[in-house]
Design a protein around this ligand. Sequence first.
Ligand code: HGY
Ligand code: MN
Ligand code: MN
Ligand code: MN
Length: 413
Amino acid sequence: MDSFTTVGSMLEPLAHIGRDPKTGGYLRDSWSDADLELREWFAGEAARRGLDLREDRNGNLWAWWGAPSPERPGVVTGSHLDSVRQGGAYDGPLGVVSAFAALDLLRGRAVTPSVPVGVVCFADEEGARFGVPCMGSRLLTGVLSPERALGLTDDDGGTLAEAMRRAGRRPERAGRDDETLADVGTFVELHVEQGRGLVTEGRPVGVAAAIWPHGRWRFDFRGRADHAGTTGLADRDDPMLPFARMVLAAREAAQRRGVVATVGKVRVSPGNANAIPGLVSAWLDARGADESEVRGLVADLAQAVGADEPGAGPGPGPGGVDVREESWTPVVDFDVALRDRLARVAGGDTPAPILPTGAGHDAGILAAAGVPSAMLFVRNPTGVSHSPDEHAERADCEAGVVALADVLEDLCR
Ligand code: HGY
Ligand code: MN
Ligand code: MN
Ligand code: MN
């Protein structure tokens, strides 16, 4: 079976799900209608292949070829199907589609794996709706408590628990799931590269070396709502000003500390053009190879806006600014032996390039939980991601599937 046709034809039916016709971007929030439609697609692909489909207590989907057990854990591959808002078509779906296509290739090669092979779709990897990324894998591995997770709210104030219930799930069961985790012997995630490392290397497929430490912090700037026209400047307590200072300070500190910092989401309340806002909430995403520099940047910003450091004080700091850490992922160095094995197998004559990434992934959460994990990257010609412009060439997608099938065959000998 021609692997590329499988990838191409499998990406096709997904292309319309959650797509914004005006922008070509994707709106695939966790537990939204688009997410439920994607879950049905996943179930259909599993059924077409006679795979044993299971949804675990945290909404992660597992499609098994062979029955895993703690005594005989399987080799699992896959990724996620949810997206950031106005995201691209490849971040997540390429890994899930390639997993099914690689399994087809193994069967086409009449490979009889020595262990079960699983395809996984993790729930809510982007955290676009409830704010915490890798929600499904964090709950699965216990690094995020169900109490905290289920109470997280979306922009409309709805909780994760309500969203799961509305989707017919039982959120009260969410939480660490050692039974499911025990089925996973090795996890390999294929993902479109979010960067231009493979373009520079001139290679279609690469292997992840490490995932940078990264986190998300929420800044709440409190002020006093008042009339835009009748309130003198001296009488204003305008939260927009410390917010603006924070954004400019973030860029300066990032430059100075050699990290990256982004404020991509701001919520102004109540949001009247003719009124001084009462509250400005802003989310900082900061990442970098050196954890102390990332942490240092956040401390710089808290100081710049007169806030207590995250988690230091019970409520808003002296300047009416409150900083809360919403998620933190320490550095993940992938297992060197497994990483090098993948580079050899995936690279053919010359080992595939091994490169770090500033993007977070479920493979990082599993690796941090002690599950032998690794990642394959597929070349992204522009490096652009988290945007409708995200792209991967067809031939590179095919090379990714062949590399993944070779890696799975090697791991399942
Ligand atoms: O944010 C990330 O790095 C990932 O795409 N969730
Ligand atoms: Mn992403
Ligand atoms: Mn992703
Ligand atoms: Mn008025």
